[in-house]
Write a protein of this length. Structure first.
Length: 449
């Protein structure tokens, strides 16, 4: 039997959307915020020679730098105020979440509710400022040390340039963090994910033109272009299928006495466990951690002066086996870690016991928690393997044919996942608006009677 929610979803149309005033305001706010982000990605850092930096970036680019440039929407290539993008905030979130899992004080703070979460968010912001300041200072020093065919990218090196760069870049990162929080609270979807999504989508037209140019030059045959198109479409279909995959655990609720005379009927429900409960977080976190040390190596100009550093920089290039192993290991780690953060078997087992629910064949309490943990571990293994496959398989094609990095599995995963999440939230707002309309009509009908 079709539920009321499914019926409303089927009846949703553009007419209903036009009446959803609150939803339209949220969507326009998101569009405006993303336009501000794109405008800021073209404001250069003071004191940079754009032509010299473009030449240097072409020499230094490749591998993780291209990945970071993709996440920043081209801001690194243009060396703008958003050069660090939102990555310091992501790195700070990783550190705080790891500390929360290890520190009893932070764990207790997390359980305090909204007040505790606000304090943890404040700690994340402070750590973001610290990390962004360290990376911005390293960026300024590295820019002074790097030399290209047209000379240094810095017009007037010195302490004034370093201080102004740190203030400018840290300010840009904090503005993006604030903008992401505003999108989350006043718009649709997760603000940080949408900012990364906008940066990737903005580079897709240029990447497509670059790919077609490679085909015109003969670097890629027609068969190669056709296979790449099929691979991209197949990857998108596979991502959608896996992101919607769930393991539904049957939960039964017995009859219960409510009040003096009323008795509720026994019912059945499902506890849905997504195959990939961590979403796009593992690839983003893994990319952030891989990029941090290699940025220091690249901007400090240590490749030629140290044999070990030179080997490390070569190993971390896109398509190298060492890079792929490190990337896959970090993705798998964060898949398990973030799943443990968002789903606690003990808390869910206690919640089921509190409301009288039970899993058939499993005793309430600890046995239910152990069963949920066992099932979650098994499906997370599949989810981590799926993420590793999606993020690493296209790198073979990228390293073989030098295709633009935008067609990598990580970018496709982020674009498809964020799009699905945003569409789901739009549908939720539409359903809520239709429910409100039904309630108002019911009240008006009762009032007339």
């Amino acid at each position: 039997m079709v539920s009321a929610v499914e019926q409303l979803s089927k009846n949703s149309n553009w007419g209903a959307f036009s009446k959803a005033t609150e939803l339209k305001k949220r969507i326009w706010f998101v569009i405006g915020a993303l336009l501000v982000f794109r405008l800021g990605s073209y404001i250069p850092i003071p004191g940079i020679d754009p032509h010299a930096w473009e030449d240097i970036f072409q020499q230094k680019g490749g591998g993780l730098l291209d990945m970071f440039n993709m996440f920043s929407g081209g801001s690194l290539e243009r060396m703008t105020i958003f050069a660090l993008s939102i990555m310091p905030y992501i790195s700070a979130s990783i550190i705080i979440q790891l500390a929360t899992a290890l520190s009893p004080k932070l764990e207790a703070l997390k359980k305090e509710g909204d007040s505790g979460r606000q304090k943890i968010n404040q700690y994340t912001r402070y750590l973001t400022v610290l990390l962004a300041a360290i990376q911005a200072y390293g960026l300024s020093v590295g820019l002074e040390n790097i030399q290209g065919a047209q000379g240094s990218a810095v017009i007037d090196p010195g302490m004034f340039f370093r201080i102004s760069t740190v203030i400018t870049v840290v300010g840009g990162t904090m503005f993006l963090m604030w903008l992401g929080e505003q999108i989350t609270s006043r718009g649709i979807g997760n603000g940080i994910s949408l900012i990364i999504f906008a940066g990737i989508v903005a580079g897709l037209p240029g990447a497509l033109v670059q790919t077609l140019e490679l085909g015109r030059e003969g670097s890629i045959t027609f068969i190669g272009l056709l296979l790449m198109t099929v691979m991209v479409i197949g990857t998108v279909v596979f991502i959608v299928f896996m992101e919607r995959a769930q393991r539904r655990i049957l939960v039964q609720y017995p009859k219960r006495q409510v009040g003096a005379q009323q008795m509720t009927q026994a019912s059945q429900n499902h506890l849905p466990l997504k195959l990939n409960m961590s979403g796009v977080i593992p690839p983003i976190f893994a990319s952030s951690l891989l990029f941090l040390p290699m940025t220091i190596v690249g901007f400090a100009g240590l490749e030629a002066s140290d044999g070990f550093i030179s080997d490390l920089a070569r190993y971390m290039t896109t398509g190298h086996p060492v890079h792929m192993i490190a990337y896959a290991t970090l993705i798998a780690f964060f898949a398990f870690f973030y799943t443990a953060v968002v789903f606690n078997p003990e808390e869910n087992a206690e919640m089921l016991r509190k409301y009288g629910g039970f899993i058939p064949g499993v005793r309430p309490g600890k046995n239910t928690a152990d069963f949920l943990d066992h099932v979650l571990t098994r499906i997370t293994v599949l989810g981590a393997a799926y993420l590793c496959f999606i993020c690493l398989m296209p790198e073979f094609l990228i390293s073989e044919y030098s295709l633009p990095f935008y067609f990598g599995g990580t970018s496709l995963l982020i674009v498809v996942s964020v799009t699905m999440d945003t569409v789901a939230q739009v549908n939720s707002h539409m359903l809520a608006h239709q429910y409100e309309g039904l309630i108002k009509k019911t009240r008006l009908t009762k009032g007339r009677k």
